[in-house]
Design a protein around this ligand. Sequence first.
Ligand code: GAR
Length: 208
Amino acid sequence: MPPSQPPAPLRPLRLGVLASGSGSNFEALVEACRADALPAEVALLVVNNPGCGAEQRAARLNVPCTLHDHRRYGSREALDRALVDSLQGAAVDLVVMAGWMRIVTAELIAAFPDRLVNIHPSLLPSFRGARAVEQALAAGVTLTGCSAHLVHLEVDSGPILVQAAVPIASGDTIESLAARIHRQEHRILPLAVLLAAQRSGLLGSAQA
Ligand code: GAR
């Protein structure tokens, strides 16, 4: 009998995070890694808005950060090629769109097949696209939430990894509702990363 393959060395997953705004989900991921809730490290943050909150959090948390300002690229594909170069240069295993407010193309998706996770502030497939919290309030629904999913080409589509429901209270404003959704996002995003890593064979279930 041929000798069996030695088990793959256990090493922390290397995560790349893409963020455009305040970066609270990015920070939640860093905290989950540092608390050993996730066998991973955030190897690189990429931002597209100079000076954004996520960039400031990266400096405070001592996480490497690269700026790719989308205004400097001629097309979505060109931006995504630059993202892939940076992410592959940092040898990341899996990429998380944590408030990445750009439509992504096949350039990015194909470079990380089933290894690209997005967090969205609604119970998908309801309220896709921009301003999902406002959309839910305007629709008058009494329940909304957040979804973490694998990224496919159609905006805010792809297999759901984890969802959390958030009831809408009478008198809720965009700010009050968004704050409650954020708290749930911070809870489910590390879990979604773990599930995505297990699904794509990056982690065995024993490492969870
Ligand atoms: C989050 O609520 C995330 O779900 C949303 O942006 C916010 C970023 O917050 N993403 C989208 O709407 C993508 N369609 P953060 O910068 O504090 O993590």
